[in-house]
Design a protein around this ligand. Structure first.
Ligand code: CP
Length: 306
């Protein structure tokens, strides 16, 4: 039952609820005008305590395309947080004005905390290096559209797997499907955190690690590139040393399967050379568009209008 649900981490959704959201997103893609009024009279608040382009704007576009309205802030310095107001009080207040809140915070666990004080559903739009469940819905809608389903894929995550919340979230979601294999490609310093590898071990999910993308790219159905997350480093020197660990270019794409797809949550910095953008396997800009439809479906389901 999705109506009234707060979405804090991917597994707050069952496999059948994910199917429901993907199916609705696909219906919206085919006939968007049929959905243009379903959220008339409803309000979404976007509370972004950390920068964003895609997530905030796609949430806002999603609500507007459903006929609803949007309020919020994109910079906490313009809110009463800057005067010392707690997250709990901000959420108590905003949730008395609106029907659903999408929030992003640099603090892990912030969305869960917010959900304890909210009168309306909270959607986690990213909490520090922890989870980003609506990016996961974006990724799942993209994978279903381009690869026909979720089972049997070998998915390689490459780059900053330590701080990359999109990696943690998609791993958690994908490990519920049959015959999925994971390959984690990173420098030692940016390897997948223990809390992620522990749940893979406990669930007996196969995975391997690699330090060179060239060695494994030929085995992959999906390559998920990530940015080294500068904002989460404590030490600039470490960031500078690691930031260009992986650069996907035409030469590496030559080693990949003809039907592999390349995903990236974006923003990218150097990790995918622009020369790859014209490769038909580069799916990261299609992924952005699927994200808006995924969020339209999620908002409609959480508000119980469809
Ligand atoms: N993918 C993603 O979360 O992008 P933004 O940081 O621009 O929202």
């Amino acid at each position: 039952m999705l109506k009234g649900l707060s979405l804090i981490q991917p597994n707050d959704l069952t496999v059948s609820e994910i199917d429901e959201i993907c199916t609705l997103a696909e219906q919206i893609i085919v006939d968007p005008s049929s959905f243009q009024d379903v959220c008339r009279g409803k309000i979404l608040a976007t509370l972004f305590f950390e920068p964003s382009t895609r997530t905030r704007l796609s949430f806002e576009a999603a609500m507007l395309h459903l006929g609803g309205t949007v309020e919020g802030f994109s910079d906490a310095s313009n809110s009463s947080t800057s005067k010392g107001e707690t997250l709990a009080d901000t959420i108590r207040v905003v949730s008395s004005y609106v029907d659903v809140i999408a929030m992003r915070s640099p603090k892990e666990g912030a969305a869960l905390l917010a959900s304890k004080f909210s009168e309306c559903p909270i959607i986690n739009a990213g909490d520090g290096g922890h989870y980003h469940p609506t990016q996961t819905l974006t990724d799942l809608v993209t994978i279903r559209a381009l690869k026909g389903g979720f089972e049997g894929h070998t998915i390689g995550f490459c780059g900053d797997l330590k701080f990359g919340r999109t990696v943690h979230s998609l791993t958690e979601a994908m490990c519920r499907y049959k015959n999925v294999k994971f390959v984690f490609i990173s420098p030692e310093e940016l390897k997948i955190p223990d809390w992620v590898s522990n749940f893979l071990d406990e669930a007996n999910i196969p995975y391997s690690t690699a330090s060179r993308l060239e060695d494994v790219i030929g085995d992959l159905d999906i390559l998920y590139m990530t940015r080294v997350q500068k904002e989460r480093f404590f030490n600039e020197q470490d960031y500078l040393r690691l930031k260009d660990s992986y650069i996907l270019d035409k030469a590496k794409m030559e080693l990949a399967r003809k039907d592999m797809i390349v995903l990236h949550p974006l923003p990218r910095v150097n990790e995918i050379s622009p020369e790859v953008d014209s490769d038909p396997r580069a799916a990261y800009f299609k992924q952005v568009k699927y994200g808006m439809y995924a969020r339209m479906a999620l908002i409609a389901k959480i508000l119980g209008v469809l």
